[in-house]
Every structure is written in structure tokens, then in C-alpha cells.
Design a protein around this ligand. Structure first.
Ligand code: ADP
Ligand code: ZN
Ligand code: ZN
Length: 741
């Protein structure tokens, strides 16, 4: 006698009203075949339209009368399902980041379609080193930079993965082919993926670990071995040997038969870094990146599931790699904003990693030179074990930092965006043939108002964040909705130079070209990097010293190593201080610290000029002295006083509506729900609703409501209550989005 089987299915419709499991009968032929996570077709609705969905649970007893249930039609053979252990993660993500379950499921299934596994290529050196040396010399003479790059890489590493050569060294297929035709190298294709780097890894530069590095690795592994995997934050300046610690922990974890996920922001996935991992793990490591095809991703997915790889490296989606014996998750540069998803569910990789590591018994290791306030706060409270690494292993002095007060420049008649100090140093460095980077901090410059005479920024008297200029010249606070008229003169000093601050990279480029007509200038910003590969191309041109000055936005400050750069100019350091966001100071500190870190990476000592209207602001001062602790102390005080995360948690509820009154009413109802839930506990409160940053886009009205609470889970409950209310009061004209912290 067969026992009956029932399946809960999440159907593929992104509509809040249908965001719940629907139960179906598992027909005989699928019994024992259908697994939790599988993608299936089911009949849905009165018309029995065939619709796809995911099986999230199997049950022996039905929750509804059996005669009301329909049969599952089939398992969708071409589609990837979710791993069983990812279902719980999807539920967790749904409850912590909002959105529907189907959106959460699709997030944890990084590969949608099954593909035929393609062949894999590698590049082998096919001449002896002496011949190669001669060819390299010739390329140098003829300035064949792409060939030079590849051949020099092969000199160090005679076998390289084709993708690494193409994607990271930026050598095009025609170039590789022409070198192959000349007989210098061979491209080999294999059916089965074999990572070609199988060099005499250990013979290579395998230095002794420093006592500190060893201590960290041992602590992490001892906990793991005792069955109590820990959570760690490594605060270490650039060059202090963090990557080597990650590799050590990964290695030890793999030796114990477990697998490791390493997250590195895409922009820092450089050839050098990847090569270090390839050398240690050979064909047991794999890399995912955004330029991979579906087929390549599918291939990685399968290899991970089959246990053919031990270590995966990649950006945030690598977190969902289907390892069966996960032993550690390592996240480098954990403060990076790219670890936060911009699509619903807007998950944060660090928090998901914490959940996954907890559920699967894995160690969690976070590392950064400028840890996020949230992570450092957790370390302070003992949620994470903190390790500090404050010595550079490769020597190299910290740069000399000059802070220039832009108010003085205006006073002395300099109306340009280049201070006298910056120009003087630019003259000096450029005349010596050294390189200069100019950085303009343009994050979220949405029309804040400042005085160019005294640096005064118009801020909300209630929230201490800057007010934003709206059409019609009104100033609005995006947190509480407070409005004020646009001042004609500066309330602080009476100057008439008070206006929205707008300086762009293009404007700087024009100015630089005028001042230094002899210099070769590159610009890197959202406009010049639209095309795939263009960013790598700009960086490469600069590294090869085919340009003297690189102008850019925050893109240029991330982890790149340019040994010839001896001067970094930060043109308006406080621009990001003025964004209407409670993290403004944190962002500024991170950007300034990173930007300053670009100077003097080579033999020559570096200098940094920070131009600012607020030279006394603690984020500027502490970044100049590279003093993270000092910054943290000041900032946590501000967060405490103003009740911002990480001290309190913050739930942002965004209501988008066709009708202004209706949207406002919905936001008001949500506020009532939140206030009632908090009651008189004194541990939380709500603010708003207020018109959002851009009040009206495409005829939609936006309102925002904030709820603050000491306990994150309470905010999740409030979100759940509001969702219940939404299901009871469905409206097609009002859309609601939730966002935590
Ligand atoms: P981080 O990731 O903190 O920037 P890395 O691990 O990349 O630091 O190390 C910085 C430099 O120091 C690298 O060139 C690396 O090869 C070197 N290095 C790392 N550990 C050691 C060590 N124990 N002894 C000597 N050099 C080391
Ligand atoms: Zn003023
Ligand atoms: Zn306000």
C-alpha cells in the first residue's frame, strides 16, 4: 500500500497576495523522485493554467481536504532547482529583507537553466625560458603591451587558465591566437574542467607566516575542531597579510574535508590575488564573476555540488554555492557596499553569511582595513572575535597627508577646485614623471546645500542629516519630512556663496587638460566605464604608465596597486559627508582612507592632499591619520545619541502610490501598527511618514516611514504584522517596500 505524499509549492508569480505555499498531490510516478527544491509545473487557478513553481516541503498528510487538491504535472527537466538546505535560507531572507518567497528562492538558486557543459581552455608556454626572454624583450621594444603582459605572466607561471588570461590580464583572443601561431604558446581544450595551474606551488614564494598570522589561523581552527565554529573580524591595514590568513584558514579547513566560500568584491578580484589562490588550491579552486556565461556558471555549480572543488571565490552570489560540507565563509573587505544586493530581496551578504555559517556549522571570517560600524560594534560586544593586524609586512611607509581648508582658498581669491598645495605637488610629481590620481567623491550628491565661504551645510535641526534641495527651491529632510526655505545668504557667515554643490569628473578633466596640456589624462567614472572591459582597460593603461593622471570617482580607490603613483588628490572630501544618510561619516572615512592608501605603494613615498570645507570633521581628521579606532569612537557616540544602527536597528518602509492621499494613509496605518507593537516598551519608536528623497517620480508618490528599535527581531515582527495588514487590505495602487538598517 502506497502512502500518499503531498507537496507545498511556491508558485512563480510575484504577487504579494499569492505569496504563500499551495498544496498539491504528488502523483505516483513522482513519488520517490520529487525532491524538496525541485522546479515543477502545476495547474493553477480556476482555469488550471500551467504554471511553474518550486517544491519547498513534502508531507505525508494533507493540510486541506484531499478532494480540493490537484496533482503536480511534472518536474521541469531543464530547470535548476534549489538545494534542500537553501529553502530555509530563502525563508529567512524573505522575512528579513521583504519581497516574496519566489524572489528569495530565485536568489538562492544562482543558476537557472541546465546547460551542456562546455569545454575548458588553458594556455601553456611552449618555448624554453631563454627563447621567451628574447621574445619578451622584443615586445618591450615594440610596445606590444598585451603580448608583454601574457608572456611575462607565462614566465612566472607556465600554465594559466584561459579565462584568467582573457578576463584578468585583458589579453584578447586574437592576440592569444597570434602568439600561438608563432609557436610561443599552446591553447589546449579539455572536456572536463581542469584548472591548469598545477605549478610547483609549494616551491614558490612560500614565506613563513608571521606569529600573528599563525595565531589567528590557529584560533579559528581550534574552535572549529572543538565543534564550536566562531565568528571573527580581522581588522588589518592593507598589506598586513590578511589575504594570507584567508588562504591559511581555507587550506586548513579543506584539509579537514570541508569546503570554503571566499567572497571578494569583483573589483578586487585581480590577477595577482586569484593567482595566489590558484597556486595553493590548484584545480580545487574555482572563481565566479559577473562576466561568466550561464554555461560557465552552471558548470561551477555542478562541480561544487559534486564535490569537485573545495574553494569558491567570487562576489556576493558565490554565497549560494551548493557545497555539501561547508566549513568556512570568508568575506574580504566586508564593509563594501557591493555586498548588498540592489534587487529584491535586498539582502546583505554579511548577514546572510552569518545565518548560513550558523545553520551549517561553518566558521565566519570577516576582514577589512575599515570595518563597517555594524561589524566592529559586534566585535566590541563580543558577537565576533576581533583580531587586529596593524603592521605592514612588506614595509612601505604610510603616506604624508596634507589637509587643505578650501574656505581659506576662497578667501585668498582662489576660485578653482585646485588648491595651491595640490597644484604645487602636481607640478612637482608630474615633472619627475610620476603619476597622480585625482579623486572626486560623488557618492549620492543629490543637491545638498553648502556655503563655499565657510563650509556650512544646511542640516535638519531634528535629524542632523543634510537637507536636500527640491524643485521649487524648498529644502526637505528625508528622514522626518521637515522643510525649510532655501537660504539666500549663509546663516553662519552671511556669504552669498551658498548653493547646491556640483562638481563633476568631466569638469575636472577639462580643467586638468588646460593646466597640464603635456600630461596624458584618463577619466574613470560611470560614463567612461559603461562598456564591458572598459574599466579594466583604463586601469591597465594607467598601470602601464601610458597616462600620467587618472581622474575618477570612488571606482578608482578600490584596492588597485599603482607603484608609480606618488600623489593622490582628494578634491572635495566632504561631499559624501553631506549626503542625507546616517552613514555619511562612515562612507567618507572609508573612501578617504582607501583613497589615501593609493599613494606611495611603490619605492617612492607618497603624498596625499585632502581638500575639504570641514577640515576639523572627525572623519577627515581620523582618515588623514589612518586611525580607525579614533573614528569608531566618535562615530559610535553619534550613532548612540541619534539612535541609529548599529546601536538601534532601523526599518525603512517605503510606500509608492498612484494617489498621494492613499499612499500617505497607508503609511499612516503602518505607523499605527508599529506604534502599537512597540507600545510603552521604550525600546523603539517611529518617525514620519515623510515624502521620500525624490517625492514624485513618473507620477508615483513616495512616502517613507522609519521605525527604530533596539531589537532587530522586533522590527521583523513589525514588518510581518504590516504584511498581514497588506494582505487583508489589498490595493493595486499602493506598493510597499521594506529595508532594514
Ligand atoms: P592584505 O590582504 O592585508 O592586504 P596580503 O596578505 O596581501 O595583505 O599581504 C601583503 C603582502 O605581504 C603580500 O605581498 C604578501 O605576499 C606579503 N606577505 C603576506 N604574509 C607574509 C609573511 N608572513 N611574510 C612575508 N610576506 C608576507
Ligand atoms: Zn557661510
Ligand atoms: Zn529631519
Amino acid at each position: 500500500m502506497n502512502t500518499d505524499l503531498y507537496a507545498d509549492i511556491i508558485i512563480e508569480i510575484s504577487h504579494e497576495q499569492l505569496d504563500r505555499p499551495f498544496q498539491y498531490i504528488v502523483p505516483d510516478e513522482l513519488r520517490g523522485v520529487l525532491r524538496v527544491g525541485d522546479s515543477v509545473n502545476v495547474p493553477f487557478g480556476r482555469a488550471n493554467k500551467v504554471i511553474s513553481g518550486y517544491c519547498i516541503e513534502l508531507k505525508d498528510t494533507p493540510d486541506y481536504p484531499v478532494d480540493k487538491l490537484k496533482n503536480i504535472i511534472e518536474i521541469r527537466s531543464g530547470e535548476m532547482g534549489a538545494e534542500g538546505n537553501m529553502i530555509a535560507l530563502a525563508w529567512w531572507m524573505r522575512s528579513h529583507y521583504g519581497g516574496t518567497m519566489i524572489q528569495a528562492l530565485k536568489t538562492v538558486i544562482p543558476v537557472k537553466k541546465k546547460m551542456t557543459v562546455k569545454t575548458h581552455k588553458r594556455v601553456d608556454l611552449s618555448v624554453d625560458r631563454e627563447t621567451l626572454g628574447a621574445v619578451i624583450e622584443e615586445c618591450e621594444r615594440k610596445h606590444h603591451t598585451a603580448r608583454l603582459r601574457l608572456l611575462s605572466a607565462l614566465l612566472n607561471e607556465p600554465t594559466l587558465p584561459y579565462e584568467l588570461v582573457r578576463d584578468k590580464l585583458g589579453v584578447t583572443s586574437p592576440t592569444i591566437r597570434s602568439l600561438e601561431e608563432k609557436g610561443y604558446l599552446r591553447v589546449t581544450e579539455t572536456e572536463y574542467y581542469r584548472n591548469p595551474v598545477v605549478t610547483d606551488a609549494q616551491a614558490h614564494t612560500q614565506y613563513e607566516l608571521s606569529p600573528r598570522q599563525r595565531e589567528i589561523i590557529t584560533t579559528v581552527m581550534d574552535s572549529f575542531d572543538r565543534g564550536t565554529p566562531g565568528r571573527y573580524l580581522i581588522h588589518g591595514i592593507t598589506g598586513s597579510g590578511k589575504t594570507e590568513v584567508y588562504i591559511g584558514i581555507a587550506d586548513e579547513t579543506v584539509r579537514r574535508g570541508f569546503q570554503v566560500i571566499v567572497l571578494i568584491p569583483e573589483i578586487s578580484l585581480t590577477y595577482q590575488t586569484l593567482l595566489r589562490f590558484y597556486k595553493r588550491f590548484g584545480d580545487r579552486v574555482s572563481v565566479v564573476n559577473s562576466s561568466m556565461t550561464q554555461g560557465e556558471r552552471y558548470d561551477q555549480y555542478l562541480r561544487a555540488r559534486k564535490g569537485e572543488i573545495d574553494v569558491i571565490i567570487g562576489p556576493r552570489s558565490a554565497l549560494f554555492t551548493p557545497f555539501t560540507r561547508l566549513g568556512a565563509i570568508i568575506i574580504d573587505e566586508e564593509h563594501e557596499s557591493s555586498y548588498r544586493s540592489e534587487n529584491v530581496p535586498r539582502y546583505k551578504a554579511v548577514n546572510c553569511a552569518e545565518y548560513i555559517a550558523g545553520a551549517r556549522g561553518a566558521s565566519l571570517v570577516l576582514g577589512s582595513a575599515t570595518p563597517s560600524m555594524e561589524s566592529y560594534y559586534k566585535a566590541e560586544r563580543g558577537d565576533y572575535t576581533l583580531f587586529t593586524m596593524d603592521e605592514r609586512l612588506t614595509g612601505g611607509a604610510l603616506p604624508t597627508v596634507h589637509i587643505v581648508d578650501l574656505r581659506d582658498e576662497l578667501r585668498s581669491g582662489n576660485r578653482t577646485i585646485f588648491s595651491d598645495k595640490l597644484r604645487e605637488l602636481m607640478d612637482e610629481k608630474l615633472s619627475r614623471g610620476e603619476q597622480v590620481m585625482l579623486f572626486i567623491n560623488r557618492r549620492g550628491v543629490a543637491g545638498f546645500i553648502s556655503c563655499r565661504s565657510c563650509g556650512y551645510v544646511v542640516k535638519c535641526p531634528h535629524c542632523d542629516v543634510s537637507m536636500t534641495e527640491h524643485r521649487g527651491g524648498r529644502l526637505v529632510c528625508h528622514y522626518c519630512g521637515h522643510t525649510a526655505p532655501m537660504p539666500k545668504t549663509c546663516p553662519e557667515c552671511g556669504s552669498k556663496y551658498i548653493a547646491g554643490f556640483r562638481v563633476g569628473t568631466e569638469q575636472i578633466e577639462t580643467e586638468v587638460a588646460r593646466m597640464y596640456p603635456q600630461s596624458r589624462v584618463l577619466r574613470m567614472d560611470a560614463d567612461t566605464t559603461k562598456e564591458r572591459g572598459s574599466m579594466e582597460e583604463i586601469l591597465r593603461t594607467f598601470r602601464d604608465h601610458n597616462a600620467d593622471i587618472l581622474i575618477g570617482t570612488q571606482m578608482i580607490v578600490k584596492g588597485h596597486d599603482f607603484p608609480l603613483v606618488t600623489l593622490v588628490g582628494i578634491l572635495a572630501a566632504d561631499m559624501s559627508l553631506s549626503i542625507s544618510d546616517y552613514r555619511a561619516a562612515e562612507r567618507t572615512f572609508q573612501l578617504l582612507t582607501q583613497a589615501a592608501g593609493r599613494a606611495g605603494r611603490g619605492e617612492q613615498p607618497g603624498e596625499v592632499v585632502i581638500q575639504t570645507y570641514q577640515p576639523e570633521h572627525y572623519s577627515v581628521v581620523t582618515a588623514a591619520s589612518q586611525d580607525y579606532r579614533a573614528f569608531y569612537e566618535e562615530e559610535i557616540e553619534f550613532r548612540t545619541l541619534a539612535s541609529y544602527p548599529p546601536v538601534r536597528h532601523l526599518l525603512e518602509i517605503l510606500v509608492i502610490s498612484d494617489d498621494e492621499d492613499e499612499g500617505f494613509a497607508a503609511a499612516g496605518a503602518y505607523k499605527a501598527i508599529a506604534d502599537e507593537h512597540i507600545g510603552g516598551s521604550g525600546r523603539g519608536y517611529s518617525i514620519g511618514p515623510a515624502p521620500a528623497a525624490i517625492v514624485k517620480i513618473r507620477d508615483k508618490y513616495r512616502h517613507v516611514l522609519y521605525v527604530k528599535h533596539t531589537d532587530m527581531e522586533e522590527l521583523v515582527s513589525i514588518k510581518d504584522l504590516i504584511e498581514k495588514y497588506m494582505q487583508a487590505h489589498p490595493s493595486r495602487r499602493v506598493l510597499t517596500f521594506f529595508d532594514f538598517d
